[in-house]
Design a protein around this ligand. Structure first.
Ligand code: NOJ
Length: 567
């Protein structure tokens, strides 16, 4: 249901040298996208099961371990958990390569453990979404094993095969086929690693000269889609609260892909509407304009603007995207205007449809703590918790776990992934309290630094990152102007300049957010026509705001922030 919020009697006009020079204001109505009610103020916590908590001492985290840590997770103030894949797998891609969609990987436990995890989370008021990875399977998934056979059967067309083992495909499919695997006469297409054969959602515009390119409505394609829906319902019926859809934009092949791909997701959304109206769907698409036609939210992080926010140079290059400087580096050479130009292009077109997620770290990117102090890390958290949409916080970033170097490159964890996937640091004891196993048996080494951050120490330190993050999450949970849908108005965001200043607004509630990651003091002056008496500081350090008519100006110390309530 779409509701309208009336911003009665309020007027705020922005001094907009900022984004595209267009005039933004927060008067009028503000659309609330169609989404379960609980999502609007939600914060998600991402858990990588293999490195969260090892309850049986075998060196690998497990579902039981997560259950044992639910009280800690609840204490953060988060609303929901996103669990990375926990399914049976040969683990060539850390479990994204699924062998059996209906079974928990023995190293993580059993289906009963998954059910208990959902139940125990619900008892604490926490939701749990699972990773729905359906653009490909593992190489040893029995469907694929069948599909490789010479004689045709039910599974032959469930994967994308061309029809001659000596044929090389060109154009957009160049390099996408594996030759000489299996007994059948053909080559299979893969989606990420070569050992991840692409499931067959058909081709948007099949080439008549290539009869192996099936249309999206081919009966075998439709049969596969039905099976994938069954899998979705299987985990939802067990108690899951939704999905994070891996590589969601990569289903239908060839031209016209986005429409055909969206159609599948719209069918899933329809199932959600009918059977699981409280469920939440978030995609790894990184193109909200497409994704939000079907999903409630989309991760928007595979673009250079995101990397320019918080990734250090070396990681940006390894991720194959932009070069330059991060806005959140204290050297002060970042360019928030560039990020914002990309962001606003998506935000303006999608804000009434769904939510953009700017993740606070994840298992594919370097950790936020690449040589950053607690104060610097806090600024990234302030940004993450006060921007529109739904924040996703990667485990360990709440305590400032560091990116680690020279890690073994296991299970597809090439740089910088492995260094961001190391075990959670619970205490200063053996293996940082992650596992009782011998150090050599750990899935990945724990941080061995004598000052490695840990939960126990930070819980007892009022000025720790952990306690600061909790405070920010509490604001996100409760401030009306921090609702995912609340309006976002950039006020001061100039090319290669600090600070970054913006307003969030919902009804009569208006917040002003000021962030200066540079180590140098900075100043800002902009237009803001708003009647207020005395701004109330909700978090950060007091900043003296001068007001002359509609002009606001202030100086901001280096590495500092402030969140003010302006009503
Ligand atoms: C995105 C996942 O986040 C990543 O870890 C995985 O390797 C690729 N998709 C392929 O599934």
């Amino acid at each position: 249901m779409r509701t309208k919020q009336i911003l009665a009697g309020m007027f705020l006009a922005a001094g907009l040298s900022v984004v595209h020079g267009q005039q933004l204001d927060i008067t009028g109505t503000c659309d609330v996208p169609d989404s379960p009610e609980w999502v609007h103020h939600a914060v998600f916590y991402q858990i990588y099961p293999q490195t969260y908590y090892d309850s049986n001492g075998d060196g690998i985290g497990d579902l039981n371990g997560i259950i044992q840590k639910l009280d800690y997770i609840k204490s953060l103030g988060v609303t929901a958990i996103w669990l990375n894949p926990f399914f049976d797998s040969p683990f060539n891609d850390a479990g994204y390569d699924i062998r059996d969609y209906y079974k928990v990987a023995p190293r993580y436990g059993t289906n009963e453990d998954a059910k208990r995890l959902f139940q125990e989370a619900h008892k604490r008021g926490l939701k749990v979404i699972f990773d729905y990875v359906i653009s490909y399977t593992a190489i040893d998934n029995p469907w694929f094993v069948e599909s490789c056979k010479q004689s045709p059967d039910k599974y032959s067309n469930w994967y994308v095969w061309n029809d001659n083992v000596w044929k090389t495909e060109g154009g957009e499919f160049a390099g996408r086929f594996i030759h000489g695997y299996g007994r059948r006469n053909g080559n299979f297409m893969f989606n990420f690693f070569w050992s991840e054969p692409a499931l067959n959602f058909g081709f948007g515009k099949p080439d008549p000269a290539k009869p192996w390119q099936l249309p999206v409505n081919h009966p075998d394609v439709l049969a596969l889609r039905e099976e994938l829906k069954k899998i979705f319902c299987f985990w939802m019926d067990m108690g899951a609260d939704g999905i994070r859809a891996d590589m969601a934009g990569a289903l239908v092949k060839g031209t016209d892909v986005s429409g055909g791909t969206k159609d599948f997701w719209k069918e899933i959304r329809q199932i959600v509407k009918e059977k699981y109206p409280q469920a939440f769907m978030v995609s790894e698409w990184s193109y909200p304009k497409d994704a939000l036609d079907a999903f409630h939210a989309d991760f928007f992080h595979w673009f250079d603007g995101y990397n320019d926010l918080m990734q250090k140079e070396s990681w940006r290059i390894l991720n194959g995207v932009s070069e330059g400087h991060s806005f959140f580096d204290k050297e002060g050479k970042g360019n928030i205007a560039y990020f914002l130009s990309k962001y606003m292009e998506q935000y303006n077109e999608t804000k009434s449809k769904g939510y953009i997620v700017l993740p606070l770290g994840n298992h594919d990117n370097a950790r936020m703590n690449v040589n950053r102090s607690t104060d610097e890390l806090e600024l990234i958290m302030v940004f993450g918790m006060t921007m529109p949409g739904v924040p996703f916080l990667y485990y360990g970033n709440e305590i400032g776990m560091r990116q680690l170097y020279n890690m073994p490159q296991i299970e597809g964890a090439y740089q910088p992934r492995a260094g961001a996937r190391t075990p959670m640091q619970w205490t200063s004891g053996k293996n940082c309290g992650f596992s009782t196993a011998d150090f050599s048996r750990l899935y990945l080494p724990v941080d061995t630094a004598s000052d490695a951050p840990n939960v126990e120490a930070e819980q007892n330190d009022p000025s720790s990152l952990l306690n600061r993050v909790k405070k920010l999450i509490a604001l996100k949970n409760t401030e009306p102007a921090l609702a995912a849908y609340a309006k976002f108005v950039p006020l001061y965001a100039k090319e290669n300049t600090y600070p970054f200043v913006y307003a969030r607004a919902s009804g009569k509630d208006i917040l002003l957010v000021i962030i200066n990651p540079s180590e140098k003091a900075a100043s800002a002056e902009f237009q803001m026509n708003l009647q207020y008496t005395k701004p109330t500081l909700l978090a950060g350090k007091e900043i003296k705001i001068n007001k002359k008519g509609t002009t606001l100006s202030f100086n901001v110390p280096g590495i500092s922030f402030a969140i003010y309530r302006m009503n």
